[in-house]
Ligand binder design. Structure first.
Ligand SMILES: NC(=O)c1ccc[n+]([C@@H]2O[C@H](COP(=O)([O-])OP(=O)(O)OC[C@H]3O[C@@H](n4cnc5c(N)ncnc54)[C@H](OP(=O)(O)O)[C@@H]3O)[C@@H](O)[C@H]2O)c1
Length: 299
């Protein structure tokens, strides 16, 4: 496959998108942003911005002419509609497609029929079909939970109120990667197009457990007394699945399915022992890095 030079990003204005954009610009790709509505001044001046209609293959195909790779970072609600983006990519001659997924356990086949994960599998299968027909190539990036999410809200530990609601016994392992490193890995995938062709690649900046974090917290702030409780992840998952089965697709219900799978440790493969960190240039946390992060959260 010839070198990838021009890259389009769909969904560049969300949580992950700006980090993808920065990494692609830093890696000297020519970048085009696809957006539903241009936001003046939102992007670096080197970036070309094109307004598109995500429901129209023609609109997207026109925007993708001359583009070598498409990175999708559209929000979760738009996952399934990426089939249109894939059709347009094929029509425009885009060589590599990276779908919006960037999950923790979303590549685990045990979850293929689960609500919230099923659309991601649908997109992976659609890409596999296109690749088999020689129409384009794909890469799925699995990165674990975004570090900023796992530490920025009371998920693993409630750092602000010194509470820990342990999932199962608190020893479930979870991979996590920061948003800048997810962006960096995406740029590296495109720089290493052959080695990442038609594959799921995994990155993991750090593998954490709640008990491990508590131990560090007690070491860096022995003065803090933690209030501990426990909750089985199987019960959280059941509540979420029962809710969806009863027609409740609200965010709290969806979050229960997410938590019941992502926080279940090795049950759904949330910790990546084998990674593509080296290929993609992702540096892992040292014990000192993790200690520093916990100390900052408790300062
Ligand atoms: N591993 C984790 O912990 C984790 C956490 C959160 C998210 N994620 C994943 O990361 C990816 C990006 O998530 P995000 O939170 O950054 O997304 P987001 O902020 O919700 O949305 C990203 C962008 O997608 C575009 N968009 C939104 N709805 C759309 C629609 N219906 N059709 C087309 N475009 C739409 C918008 O861009 P424009 O307005 O410019 O069109 C929006 O700014 C998703 O795949 C998500 O599942 C992973």
């Amino acid at each position: 496959m010839s070198e990838i030079k021009s890259v389009a990003v769909a969904g560049a204005s969300g949580t992950l998108g700006p980090h993808v954009l920065k990494a692609l610009i830093d890696a000297n790709f020519q970048v085009t942003v696809l957006t539903r509505a241009a936001k003046p001044g939102a992007y670096d001046t080197s970036v070309k911005v094109v307004e598109v209609d995500y429901t129209s293959v023609d609109s997207l195909t026109a925007a993708l002419k001359g583009i070598d790779a498409l990175v999708s970072a559209v929000g979760h609600g738009a996952t399934e509609s990426q089939t249109i983006l894939i059709d347009a990519s094929v029509a425009a001659g885009v060589k590599r497609f990276i779908p919006s997924e960037y999950g923790s356990v979303s590549t685990n086949s045990k979850l293929e029929t689960f609500p919230i994960y099923a659309p991601m599998f649908k997109i992976k299968h659609y890409l596999q079909e296109k690749a088999k027909a020689g129409k384009l190539t794909w890469t799925v990036l699995a990165c674990g939970g975004f570090l900023e999410f796992l530490f920025g809200q009371p998920f693993l530990l409630d750092f602000a109120n010194h509470k820990a609601n342990l999932f199962d016994e608190g020893d479930n392992r979870m991979t996590s990667t920061s948003l800048p490193n997810v962006g960096k890995a995406i740029a590296s995938i495109l720089k290493n197009a052959k080695a990442t062709e038609n594959k799921i690649v995994r990155i993991s900046e750090v593998i954490v457990t709640q008990n491990g974090l508590l131990k560090i917290a007690e070491e860096v702030r022995p003065d803090i007394k933690w209030e501990i409780s426990k909750v089985p992840t199987s019960a959280i998952l059941k509540q979420g699945l029962d809710g969806v089965a009863a027609g409740d697709f609200s965010m709290p219900t969806v979050m229960k399915i997410l938590t019941g799978t992502v926080a279940a440790g090795d049950t759904y493969g949330a910790a990546y022992d084998e990674t593509d960190n080296e290929l993609l240039g992702i540096k892992e946390f040292s014990e000192e890095d993790l200690k520093k992060l916990v100390a900052e959260k408790l300062a």
